[in-house]
Design a protein around this ligand. Structure first.
Ligand code: PLP
Length: 353
């Protein structure tokens, strides 16, 4: 992790009367099975864990049919994302990114004093432009792809990622951040990890599983790529070992077959309904979002509208400099999105907002 709106630690308390649709959290919170698992595990919290982390690793290995040694579990995915980046980039190993994209990528490059190249998303499909990414540099250390992308919610076809992996220079890795994977219909690239490609995949329980504050996530990679994490941290405890309550909640969530399809449908229905509202009112937005977020074009500096919306007690997301008139909005509950609609109509119809 690090700084920024989407990452944990040191945040100010929130106004309970404000609708919070700014950080791609899940308003549903942890699933009932997760809450039950947390309370069961908490009773054993006086001892170092010998049970729940193993159960989480087992649940993951079974679900993804991976050989032993291809998965590591963490408190969230931001920590292992940093490890994947730090262990593959540096002063002479550049990072190739999409633009706009999740800022942790270029922040890692700044920390590592690595050159980074932000390649604009395809102007029609808003997919990562893998051909332009390949052409951007002859021998980078890593490519970072967020799929579905944050902040656009848009999809990069798996075939494009496969093409990049096939054609990239030897010695580089492709880091695929699947934080929002479950909200989409696109295939995962985890099978490329199992096939021993130069691919690292990150997953989190912060999004569809509703556990951003509980903290659980994991990294998939060939064992030698995961072992490289140790070159940038003395051991995995340095970024914090996962608590037994988080591991218990993660394992229980993975083992609940209803959870993902149910929540995917809830999110999609609310997203579709909100986009329909935008369309009916002639507000432009980036099409094709398959995540718990979308970007709307407010046709004026986005930060002005973000501020005005906060005045209406609706906290929406931030702005990316490549799209200065767009703001990112997270999908909340249907009730929250009704409040969003009322506030947004008001703000957009007031010329000075
Ligand atoms: N990756 C992406 C694309 C994200 O949007 C986020 C959080 O918003 C993260 C990683 C990190 O989340 P966490 O550390 O909670 O798993």
């Amino acid at each position: 992790g690090g700084m920024g709106d989407d990452m944990g630690g040191g945040r100010a308390p929130r106004d309970p009367n404000t609708v919070i649709i700014s950080s791609n959290e899940n308003p549903l919170g942890p699933a009932p099975v997760a809450l039950e698992a947390i309370s069961g595990a908490a009773k054993k919290g006086g001892r170092y864990d010998r049970e729940y982390s193993a159960a989480m690793t087992k649940a993951i290995s079974e679900q993804f049919q991976l050989k032993p040694g291809y998965v590591r579990i963490y408190p969230g995915s931001g920590g292992p994302l940093d490890l994947a980046l730090y262990s593959n980039i540096g002063p002479d190993k550049a990072l190739i990114l999409g633009d706009p994209s999740y800022e942790q990528g270029f922040r890692a490059a700044q920390t590592c004093k690595a050159k980074y190249i932000q390649v604009p998303l395809d102007k029609k499909t808003y997919a990562y432009d893998v051909k332009a990414m390949l052409a951007a540099h002859p021998n980078p250390g890593a490519y970072y792809i967020v799929n579905p992308n944050n902040p656009t919610g848009t999809i990069t076809p798996k075939s494009d990622i496969e093409w990049l992996v096939k054609n990239k220079p030897a010695g580089s890795v492709v880091i695929v951040d699947e934080a929002y994977h479950h909200f989409s219909t696109e295939d995962s690239v985890i099978d490329m990890v199992a096939a021993d490609k130069d691919v690292i995949v990150l997953r989190t329980f912060s999004k569809i599983y509703g556990m951003a504050g509980v903290r659980a996530g994991f990294a998939f990679g060939r064992p030698d790529l995961l072992a490289k994490f140790e070159t940038v941290t003395s051991n995995n405890r340095q970024i914090g070992s996962i608590s037994l309550t988080s591991a218990a909640a993660a394992a229980a969530s993975l083992n609940d077959p209803q959870l993902v399809p149910l929540r995917r449908k809830i999110n999609k229905d609310t997203l579709d309904n909100t986009l329909e509202y935008l369309q009916k009112n002639n507000f432009a937005f980036i099409p094709g979002a398959q995540a718990n977020m979308f970007m709307v074009d407010v046709k004026r500096p986005g930060a002005e509208v973000q501020r005005a919306m906060l005045g209406e007690k609706v906290a929406i997301g931030r702005v990316w400099s490549i799209y200065p008139t767009m703001v990112r909005v997270t999908v909340g509950t249907p009730e929250e999105m009704k409040k969003f609609q009322t506030a947004f109509t008001k703000v957009m119809n007031s010329p000075t907002a």
